[in-house]
Ligand binder design. Structure first.
Ligand code: TLP
Length: 341
């Protein structure tokens, strides 16, 4: 099987497992896990923020940040296709009692003028706009990323309007590699960032959130209340440190592979593929012989290729460190064969 469902499907390499097994650990709820402490220090430094906090998942990272930034009934502005809105099981409502105000970005990316239009004025009838959330790269947008100037503009607007700014940076390393911009610069406009180790970086688990010392102190308490306080999780943090050292630069290979795949299949049997900025390829299949996503996915699966449905006649393929260029070649040939009329 060539598994292109997500970059979350990677398994830790032998080299990663070796460093994990040797990690020095302690009880992290007591703050005594030296490997977690080291990972948090490294990430805080890399992101140019005062502090970092290791959390079990990207969803928990986002939700801890949402809760830490807001009060009951506050409103949060974000893109309609944002992971936080589409794929986090309604937890902004159930965990934080907040309201989401969605706007439709261009391939998931928002602009200041769009945000400005929906910020509430101070009126007792209205919810309080407290927070803006961006996603970089944008998953449902097809791996799109922001130009640094766009982020700075949104950051300045938020500061001037007393709004907090959070980044779902699950794939921020992909954005940094693709835009050749330092992580620190991409993170600078934000009050908080959540970044995943378990996507393109190939770790089995883990995300990290960053922010000011005070923010992370509160976030630590929220993490505990959400059940995310971990004990000897340094074994997992060791994978994160390994990934920072070994798996960031190579993301470029995933981007090249995704572009290769897109070029090979675009147009075959009516498949349409938009531009591929990073490692996510969205296949528009409404003009093909398949009547539903499920039917297409089933045929692909029988031929040894796994993709996921993305709704509205779209499928998604994601390249990652467990698929080689050879496998991408095989996948593109197989997809072409399956879709040919
Ligand atoms: N995304 C997963 C699915 O949930 C869709 C995937 O396969 O892409 N932010 C973004 C932008 C994400 O893409 C994801 C995972 C998360 C947050 C959540 O991370 P986890 O799965 O660790 O909770």
């Amino acid at each position: 099987m060539i598994d292109l469902r997500s970059d979350t499907v990677t398994k830790p390499s032998k080299a990663m497992l070796e460093v994990m097994i040797k990690a020095e650990v302690g009880d992290d709820v007591f703050g005594e896990d030296p490997t977690i402490n080291l990972l948090e220090e490294k990430i805080a430094e890399l992101f140019g923020k005062e502090k970092a906090l290791f959390v079990p998942s990207g969803t928990m990272g986002n939700q801890i940040c949402l809760r830490t930034h807001t009060n009951l009934g506050d409103e949060v502005i974000l893109d309609y296709n944002a992971h936080i809105f589409q794929y986090e099981a309604g937890s902004p409502a159930s965990l934080s009692g907040i309201q989401l105000h969605t706007i439709v970005g261009e391939k998931g990316l928002l602009t200041v003028s769009q945000i400005r239009q929906v910020v509430r004025t101070d009126n007792e009838h209205f919810p309080k706009t407290k927070l803006v959330c961006l996603e970089n790269t944008h998953n449902r947008g097809g791996g799109t990323f922001y130009a640094l100037s766009q982020l700075e503009e949104i950051g300045n607007f938020c500061k001037q309007n007393n709004l907090k700014l959070h980044l779902d940076g699950a794939r921020l390393f992909n954005a940094a590699v693709a835009s050749q911009t330092k992580i620190e610069e991409l993170a600078k406009p934000f009050d908080s960032v959540s970044v995943c180790l378990s996507k393109g970086l190939g770790c089995p688990i883990g995300s990290v959130i960053v922010g000011t010392r005070d923010f992370i102190k509160m976030a630590r308490r929220v993490r505990k209340s959400f059940g995310g306080g971990m004990r000897q999780a340094g074994f997992l943090a060791a994978a994160g440190i390994f990934a920072l050292e070994n798996n960031v630069k190579r993301l470029e290979e995933d981007h090249v592979n995704a572009k290769f795949l897109a070029e090979k299949i675009n147009g075959t049997g009516g498949i349409r593929v938009a531009e591929v900025p990073t490692n996510i390829v969205i296949l528009e299949i409404s003009g093909t012989k398949f009547k539903s996503d499920e039917e297409a996915l089933e045929s692909l699966k029988k031929a040894g290729i796994l993709l996921v449905g993305f709704g509205e006649g779209k499928l998604r393929a994601v390249t990652h460190l467990d698929v080689s260029r050879e496998q991408i070649k095989t996948a593109s040939e197989t997809i072409c064969k399956i879709f040919k009329k």
